[in-house]
Structures are given as C-alpha cells and as structure tokens.
Design a protein around this ligand. Structure first.
Ligand code: SAM
Length: 293
C-alpha cells in the first residue's frame, strides 16, 4: 500500500502510477510504497518502491531510473564511449544525479571523473533512498562532484576532458539547453583534440523529431557522429537511443578483442554491455536510419 507524504506528489490510480506519453500511450508500474518526495528548486522529485522494478527515481513525472533496469541504461551510456577512447582519463558527467553513470565510469580504473549536477537534492535523495544505483560511487575519492549547471561549468574548463557524458533528463525544464547546438559546440570546446561525447538521445519511436534535431545539432560540432541503440524497459517503448560525437575516434572501429581485453583488465563484468553488444548496437533499423538521414 502507498503512504501519503506531506508533499502532494505523483498522481496514482489506485496503487498504479501511469506515465503518459504524448502519443496517447501510457506505461504503468504498481507502487508498493512512496519512499520520498520533494519539490526542489528545479523539479518535482519522488522515489517510489515498485513491484516490477524495485525502487525508482521520478523527476517531473518522468521515470529516470530503477533498481532493476538501471544497468541496461548506464552500461550503454558509459562503456560504449569509454571503450571508444583508447585512454579515457578526464571524464565529465553532466547530470546523472542518481550516480549510476558515475559508478560505471569509476569501473574504468584510469578515469578521474568529474560530475556536474544542477540539482543537489537529486544526489542527496538518491544517495539516501536509492543507494543500489550509485553503489558507493559518490564516496569514491576519485570522484569529484560539483553541484552547478553543467553549461557554465564546461565553459570554464575548455580543452580539459577526454570524454563528456551527458546524462540529462529529457529536453524539458533545466535540461532543454543540453540538447541545443550551442551546447554541443561548448562540449566540443571542452574536449581535448581527440575527445568525444555521448548523450542519451531519446526514443526513436516516440520522439523521432527530437532525435533528428539533436543529432543534427551534434553534427554541427563533431566530424564523427554515431547513434546506437539499447533497451531500457522503464523508458517509453523500451527502445532507447544514444549518440556519440567524436573528434577522432570512431566507435565502429573498436575491435572485439580490444573491448574484451579492457573489460578483463579493469575487472568489469557488465550485465548488458559486451564486445558483441558494442558493435550490434550501431545496427540501425531502416526507420531510424531514415530519421537520421
Ligand atoms: N537516466 C536518466 C534519463 O534519461 O531519464 C537521466 C537521469 S539523471 C537523474 C538526469 C539529471 O540531469 C537530473 O538529476 C537533473 O537534475 C540533471 N540536469 C538537468 N539539467 C541539467 C543541467 N543543465 N546541468 C546539470 N545537470 C542537469
């Protein structure tokens, strides 16, 4: 059963929370318990416990991550770009307040990650009520965590990073600017001459228009742009896309052996990503290739 919280949070129908998509489609989870809710200066934050996915973070009524399927998203967001760069050390994460991305970056032992999250309340709430996602990453001495808007932070640090990972909410509220052309030019300027970036690029089925314009914006700033796919059941329609913009290294050129060796050297044992999944993820069904053409 659900408990009432002081803050009037997610609208439930009985015990169910339905996330409604613009295409007249809703995905639902049965809520066992409302764990925590807060109206932060940036967004409505809630952590719920669900039957199907365990604990989950919801921001502005959009499900961000869950205990059960977070690995499917975070492994693909992190390992694909980090395996593409031969020596990733200085890694910048923009957003990612739940800590799942930071955790996967730290699995690469040579990295010195900096995370810039605009909303400190997300980090605190997830640390306290959703600790399985970050699994201690915020306490790691190699991690530098800054609570600030990612955009000015990047402008203040030109040329400093090997990899930038944009782990943002969808293009609404404080994240709108993270999908626009000037932002990707700033990302390019914050990268070393052989640097690369990745961003989650939404649902090709339900947000094809957003995917198309995001990729067009990334193409304005990077010579090599590759979109790849994964499956994230808590996101609308499950099929999800990510896009890499790179100055020199092509994710398609990374060999199976190089990935297997690097995973072994770092003692990384992913549950979704792997050498075969890396190359398979770049195979695009015709309807998605058409969106991007
Ligand atoms: N995996 C998630 C998804 O795709 O739904 C994203 C999760 S993560 C919680 C997204 C984070 O991006 C949020 O905590 C939000 O506060 C942060 N964010 C949004 N705009 C930002 C900005 N301009 N600078 C830094 N962080 C930002």
């Amino acid at each position: 059963m659900t408990e009432a919280l002081d803050y009037p949070s997610l609208p439930l129908e009985g015990d169910w929370y339905f996330e409604t998509e613009r295409a007249g489609f809703a995905q639902g989870v049965r809520v066992r318990r409302r764990i925590y809710a807060e109206e932060t200066p940036f967004q409505a934050l809630e952590i719920i416990d669900t039957d199907a996915f365990g604990r989950a973070l919801v921001l502005d009524q959009a499900l961000q991550t869950s205990e059960r399927d977070e690995f499917m998203y975070h492994e693909m967001l992190v390992h694909v770009p980090l395996m593409t760069h031969p020596r990733p050390r200085r890694v910048l994460i923009i957003g990612g307040g739940d800590g799942g991305t930071l955790r996967r970056v730290l699995e690469h032992r040579t990295t010195e990650p900096t995370q810039v999250e605009i909303d400190g309340a997300v980090i605190e709430a997830c640390r306290q009520h959703l600790p399985a996602v970050s699994a201690g990453a915020f306490e790691d001495p190699r991690a530098q965590v800054v609570v600030q808007d990612g955009l000015p932070f990047m402008r203040q640090n030109p040329g400093g990073f090997d990899v930038v990972i944009v782990d943002s909410t969808d293009p609404i509220g404080p994240a709108v600017q993270l999908f626009e052309a000037p932002f990707y030019r700033d990302v390019a300027a914050s990268l070393a001459d052989d640097g690369l970036m990745v961003a989650q690029s939404s649902s090709p089925l339900f947000m094809g228009g957003e995917l198309r314009s995001q990729v067009a914006n990334i193409r304005q700033a990077f010579p090599i742009v590759r979109t790849y796919l994964g499956c994230v059941p808590t996101y609308p329609g499950s099929l999800w896309s990510y896009t890499i913009g790179s100055k020199r290294y092509d994710p398609l050129a990374v060999t199976r052996d190089a990935i297997a060796t690097r995973l072994a050297e770092n003692h990384i044992e992913p549950r979704y990503y792997g050498p075969d999944v890396h190359s398979a993820a770049f195979a695009l069904p015709p309807f998605i290739a058409e969106i991007l053409s």
